[in-house]
Ligand binder design. Structure first.
Ligand code: MN
Length: 276
């Protein structure tokens, strides 16, 4: 399906001017995706001409997409309309910001929820399936016009189904299944904020920046130069700054009280050195 993703995204690309919008073009091949990794989903809240939620499920290297004006229902007695839109590139799940006007979908976007999903077969979430088997199930369900799935989101959890209507190819209904999560507790989690930045659509519109703590990035050392073992490495000391920032070569960690020490490991000997 690797070649498939490219042609599938043709429609997505034709609708956008990438010289103007910062939405991703979708260049990455999916060769880096691990077979054991779970399929992902994202819900973006989008203040376009009409406010709606974009519900996207990963399949075959792209994001199947539906515009859901009312968002996913939390109550099993409600059915919400979901209109299938063009497949989006996988990287789109990380998109948050402003789509400039004039342009397709102009307006603010936040990542309202994200996580992984499992297709449901005969009423059971297929947790143990690997990605190849899970994608096969979703592909078949998509063809059949009924996709049932379990969402493992930061806000949403539980089972939902997408059912295609007979009158129009693009019209689907999204329905909440009766499960242990359909007890009203979901609504407490459905806040207005982005699960990534903590910002609301209004914050994005006003140009506010995130106050969420910056997540430490995993660090990998560059290739080093061989040098004799240092007798003393001067420790880095805390520096005052006006606000948090994000720069290459820096990463942040929570400040914990205690003793800071330097550890020297050399010739089978370990030495701890602190200021006191
Ligand atoms: Mn949208």
């Amino acid at each position: 399906m690797e070649n498939g993703a490219k042609s599938v995204l043709e429609k997505y690309r034709k609708m956008r001017d990438f010289a103007r919008t910062s939405e991703p073009q979708g260049e990455k091949s999916r060769s880096s995706v691990k077979v054991k990794s779970q399929l992902r989903f994202v819900i973006q809240k989008h203040a376009a001409r009409r406010l709606h939620y974009d519900f996207r499920l990963e399949l075959d290297g792209v994001l199947l997409s539906w515009a859901v004006p009312k968002g996913l229902p939390l109550d099993p007695s409600e059915k919400h309309l979901a209109v299938r839109t063009e497949d989006h590139p996988l990287e789109y799940r990380n998109f948050e910001g402003i789509i400039p006007a004039p342009g397709y979908g102009a307006g603010e976007v936040i990542i309202w929820d994200q996580g992984t999903y499992e297709p449901i077969l005969h009423g059971e979430p297929q947790k143990k399936r690997n990605r190849i088997e899970a994608e096969k199930l979703v592909r078949q369900a998509l063809r059949d016009g009924k996709i049932t799935f379990f969402l493992n989101g930061e806000k949403l959890k539980g089972e939902w189904a997408l059912v295609r209507l007979k009158n129009k190819e693009t019209d689907w209904l999204v329905i909440k299944h009766k499960d242990a999560f359909a007890d009203g507790s979901l609504s407490e989690k459905t806040t207005e904020q982005s699960v990534v930045s903590g910002l609301t659509l209004d914050d994005i519109k006003k140009g506010r920046k995130s106050h969420k703590p910056i997540q430490p990035r995993s660090m990998t050392a560059d290739k080093g130069i061989k040098k004799p073992f240092p007798r003393f490495a001067p420790p880095m000391l805390a520096t005052l700054a006006d606000s948090p920032f994000n720069k290459t070569g820096w990463f942040f960690e929570p400040k914990l009280d205690g003793i800071r020490a330097l550890t020297y490991c050399h010739d089978g000997k370990v030495e701890l050195l602190s200021r006191t």
